[in-house]
Design a protein. Structure first.
Length: 267
């Protein structure tokens, strides 16, 4: 039996690591008619050998399991709303996929159509974007890899996301900026709900506002940028219209509003 009998759409959240995709998945999962998993095994293996009900069961199980432990990630608690077992009339399911999978997802042109066939509903992609300087700095600090290496890794994912954008109709691909979500949660959540075919919920928005705590935290200022690194990031930004707002230096405030504090809340 399908765990979501009223299913009308499926969402995939894609993008670079450290770009706010986990927070976005948690925020959408908090909606009373959405269940968004966090990196299911099914998506990590590109749904090989799984039919629609099996894929959706993994989404349910993953979201239920994560809700029970607070949806933890990198020392933060990301859980916003109730688990799937306490929701009724869920119309949107989905998954925040393992970030490197974005590279492979764009390479196999048949994956998304195959997923749609198995689920029998439209599959829509949300591309999570955060200031490149902050994203690259955080990846560098968390992984220990050089800034130059993380710059290459970051823009490889940008290329993959743009390839996906180019293949999909506009109604099946949108971008969402981390700073927009934090600056005006109501507007950005309403926009994403509309994109997914859902209606914004007042109680959900209230829960999200309580979770998002505005406190400055700019990872970009915690690393030393060489001239070569700066030129590489600027050159990369110039290739993508969706990154235009972040052009400048790491100490600029372009595209920055506020992030979460390190007190256990989501960032």
């Amino acid at each position: 039996m399908q765990p979501f009998p009223e299913l009308a759409g499926f969402a995939l959240i894609v993008g670079n690591a450290r770009s706010g995709s986990t927070l976005m998945g948690a925020v959408l999962d908090g909606h009373p008619r959405m269940v968004i998993a966090n990196e299911t095994t099914a998506s990590a293996t590109f749904w090989r050998g799984l039919d629609g009900p099996a894929i959706l069961q993994e989404v349910w199980d993953n979201a239920e399991r994560n809700a029970a432990i607070g949806r933890p990630s990198e020392g933060y608690s990301y859980q916003v709303g109730p688990p799937p077992s306490r929701k009724q009339d869920v119309t949107i399911a989905g998954d925040k996929i393992f970030n490197p999978a974005t590279l492979l997802l764009h390479g196999d042109h048949g994956l998304i159509p195959s997923l749609e066939d198995r689920l029998a509903v439209p599959v829509r992609l949300i591309y999570a974007i955060r200031n490149p300087f902050d994203t690259i700095a955080t990846m560098h600090r968390r992984s220990g890899a050089s800034i130059a290496d993380r710059i290459r890794w970051y823009f490889m994912h940008c290329d993959a996301a743009e390839a996906l954008r180019g293949r999909l109709p506009a109604e099946k691909f949108t971008e969402s900026h981390h700073d927009d979500l934090l600056a005006d949660p109501a507007a950005e959540i309403a926009r994403l709900c509309g994109f997914l075919g859902a209606t914004a919920d007042v109680d959900h928005l209230h829960a999200v506002r309580k979770t998002l705590f505005s406190s400055p935290r700019r990872t970009r200022s915690q690393v030393d940028w060489t001239t070569t690194d700066l030129e590489a990031v600027r050159a990369g930004i110039a290739r993508f219209r969706c990154l235009e707002r972040y052009a400048g230096r790491p100490d600029d405030r372009a595209g920055y509003h506020a992030e979460m504090p390190g007190s256990g809340r989501a960032t």
